[in-house]
Design a protein around this ligand. Structure first.
Ligand code: NAP
Length: 232
């Protein structure tokens, strides 16, 4: 491995921030991103050390290249950002859907395209999808759609970036993530359906992400991390 940076897109909070914390704690140079300058500055200050922040909006892909201009060599790239919409076919919000589809599919791909020449040959990439791709929840219409798209994106990037490894991770409901921890009734309902009797945790998602990034034989894997819920 060269001494390039770990880049975490969507690293200002929750799972992304925990990945930043892991790699910063291991002494790595980390670049985190978000869409809000205040959130980016707060997250970089919270972790400290060799962490720095950059700000760009994945749903405005034409702006991404300039925002990445002073990012140097990259060894590890994590694409974890999301801006969930609440959407259903019956009340379809086209603008919100376009924003999320652009963010998660065109935005993610643009980051990879613009960093491609800075990725070391032994670099690795992890894309975040989620089990909403197979198990929709109310309002997840666009989330379910883009998470399915992450599977296809992983396939094509394995070919296009070779020998760089590309994998995706698909968490189930992550019980201690801020998005869900504010919804205790949903947590109780989903936990009761999980074979392990609880929801997976951010620490478990970080551990699985690090496995995908660091294990040099793992490539083209869509890793489900949901405590076995998908078996039901
Ligand atoms: N939490 C779960 O239960 C769960 C389950 C399945 C899959 N996942 C997936 O895991 C990943 C992380 O989820 P999370 O719940 O930890 O995320 P989160 O708390 O919603 O954080 C989202 C991150 O994305 C950034 N972001 C939002 N809109 C953006 C935009 N337009 N451009 C650039 N960055 C933007 C945010 O930056 P700002 O702070 O600047 O807004 C923040 O850093 C997501 O891809 C999600 O789909 C999560």
């Amino acid at each position: 491995m060269t001494d390039g940076a770990v880049v975490v897109v969507g690293g200002t909070r929750a799972i992304g921030l925990e990945i930043v914390r892991h790699y910063a704690g291991a002494g790595r140079d980390v670049v985190l991103s978000g869409q809000s300058p205040d959130n980016v500055a707060a997250a970089a200050a919270e972790i400290g050390g060799s962490v720095r922040g950059i700000t760009f909006d994945l749903s405005a892909p034409q702006t991404i290249e300039a925002a990445l201009a002073d990012v140097g060599p990259v060894d590890r790239l994590v694409l974890a950002a999301i801006d969930r919409d609440q959407n259903a076919v019956a009340t379809y919000d086209i603008e919100r859907a376009i924003r999320l589809v652009t963010l998660k599919l065109v935005g993610y791909t643009t980051v990879v395209a613009k960093l491609r020449s800075r990725l070391a040959t032994d670099a690795s990439v992890v894309l975040f999808g989620g089990m909403a791709k197979e198990r929709p929840y109310p309002g997840s219409t666009t989330v379910t759609t883009v998470n399915g798209g992450i599977v296809g994106l992983t396939r094509t990037l394995v070919e296009e970036l070779r020998p760089i490894r590309v994998n995706s991770i698909h968490p189930g409901v992550v019980g201690d993530s801020p998005y869900w921890s504010e919804k205790p009734a949903a947590i109780e309902k989903y936990a009761s359906q999980s074979p392990i009797g609880r929801l997976v945790t951010m620490a478990e998602i970080v551990g699985a992400t690090v496995f995908l990034l660091e294990n040099t034989g793992v490539n083209g894997v869509d890793l489900i991390l949901d405590g076995g819920w998908h078996c039901r």
